[in-house]
Design a protein around this ligand. Structure first.
Ligand code: UDX
Length: 436
């Protein structure tokens, strides 16, 4: 099928390449000329495992092209809209400027019978408000949210755990459902659940999934706070409660909490939208979820201060990681980068390293010192803080090797990813998050 994808960021670029990889003819469109030039050259503009390969294959096959010209969308049967919905400046709501601009730019190129499929995460009610403009152009709007995780985005797009489509009632909705089934045929044939619903439910599926995941992380981080005062170990607690299949162990990783381009802004936008709908109290707990999450960053900073005897001023602190999570170069709302900035603010001489995210981190916080090489970053450190559990640190860095480079013996494990016994045996004073 011929498809267009509007917006070529973390979501759209992966979607375009993934759709080409399953046999469709895809044009990716974005207003950012540099990004389009990079993609058109077959290079991924950000770090995402597996993306370069499917980009190169798609371009070589002739099925995948990129352009800044919206006219190239003409002739596609389905137009996916995957632009960003950041937090508004000075508020919690989602900024729909890019969604509206994408739809406006697309409208003149739509033909009778085209499908416009919204993929961006939007406040409930957005699809209903966009639909009249699209219907007037003879096309049908569906809402088809994306659940991809950065770092696993290719896999999550090619082989998702479920597909959700919000469609209008009546024959247009039925026809659109049939077309989406064709688009996602390989997944559906494999038995991937395909849930067809209304706009509002489809929009809410996405934000409620993210709200649930954020709540799960903050739940275990709240238990970490209790464990800290009770002398318990939150990691063992998570293992024990995680054996209950109703609870499950995944997303019970206590540490410095969640960040990234999705969970923080999505729970805030959800709260703002619930307020607008007169049901703010229904998701009032998301404020607590956010607060717990932010407190854990401060807790990591406190542990470094404590470990260094009450002040970090003039001390060399090595921060391992800058990305909001491993297998990503994304530093948007990165808890680890925030910890580094706070330590810098307290007068620490911060040396920050990350295998993929240094360029993005430097653009956001040029005041920090970045060291590409892990061992060079560790040399002479008074304290070491793990904030992103890359394999290079979690698996490959032995406490003995770290001790051979560092000046001090204080380690703060912001992701509970190190083995405390091994680090202590090598002479380190180990601090975990919610661990004795
Ligand atoms: C998330 C959702 O998982 C995905 O379904 C949605 O489409 C977009 O938002 P992503 O932002 O890529 O995906 O990251 P995710 O893997 O969910 O991690 C989010 C944050 O939570 C990271 O900062 C991670 O370090 C943190 N996290 C995750 C924890 O602190 N503990 C955990 O147990 C799991």
């Amino acid at each position: 099928m011929r498809l267009s994808v509007i917006g070529c960021g973390y979501l759209g670029a992966v979607h375009a390449a993934a759709m080409a990889s399953i046999g469709h003819e895809v044009v990716g469109i974005d207003i950012d000329e540099r990004k389009i030039a990079t993609l058109a050259a077959g290079e991924a503009p950000f770090f995402e495992p597996g993306l370069s390969e499917i980009l190169a294959d798609g371009i070589a096959s002739g099925r995948l092209t990129f352009t800044t010209d919206f006219a190239a969308a003409a002739g596609a049967a389905v137009h996916f809209v995957g632009v960003g919905t950041p937090q508004v400046k000075g508020g919690y709501a989602a900024d729909l400027t890019y969604v509206n601009a994408a739809v406006d730019a697309l409208l003149p190129h739509l033909s009778e019978g085209d499908i416009v499929a919204g993929k961006s995460t939007v406040p409930v009610g957005t699809a209903a408000s966009l639909a009249p403009r699209i219907t007037a152009a003879g096309a049908t709007l569906v809402w088809n949210p994306e659940f991809l995780r950065e770092g696993f985005a290719v896999q999550d797009t090619v082989d998702p755990d479920r597909l959700v489509a919000g469609v209008p009632a009546g024959p247009d909705g039925e026809r659109a459902t049939g077309i989406l089934r064709e688009v996602y045929h390989p997944s559906i044939a494999k038995g991937t659940p395909f849930i067809v619903t209304d706009y509002a439910t489809a929009e809410l599926v996405k934000v409620s999934a993210n709200a649930f995941l954020a709540t799960k992380i903050s739940f275990i981080n709240a238990m970490a706070e209790i464990a800290e005062v009770a002398g318990a170990d939150v990691t063992m607690l998570a293992d024990a409660i995680g054996h209950d299949v109703r609870i499950g162990r995944r997303f019970l990783g206590a540490g410095i909490g969640f960040g990234g381009g999705c969970l923080p802004k999505d729970i805030r936008a959800f709260s703002a939208r619930a307020e607008e709908l007169g049901r703010g109290e229904s998701v009032a707990f998301l404020r607590e979820v956010d607060d717990i999450n932010m407190r854990r960053r401060e807790r990591a900073v406190e542990l470094v201060v404590q470990g260094l005897g009450g002040s970090v001023h003039g001390k060399k602190v090595t921060v391992l990681g800058a990305a909001f999570k491993p297998y990503s170069d994304d530093t948007r709302d990165s808890p680890g980068l925030d910890v580094a900035v706070r330590l810098h603010g307290l007068g620490a001489v911060v040396s920050l390293t990350d295998p993929e995210a240094i360029d993005n981190a430097r653009r956001q916080h040029p005041q920090l010192t970045y060291v590409a090489d892990r061992d060079e970053a560790l040399t002479g450190a008074d304290a070491v803080v793990l904030v992103t559990e890359w394999d290079e640190y979690r698996r490959d860095l032995t406490p003995e090797h770290a001790a051979s480079l560092a000046a001090g013996r204080v380690v703060v494990d912001g992701r509970n990813a190190f083995d405390p016994a091994a680090w202590r045996a090598a002479g380190w004073t180990y601090y975990g998050m919610g661990r004795p």
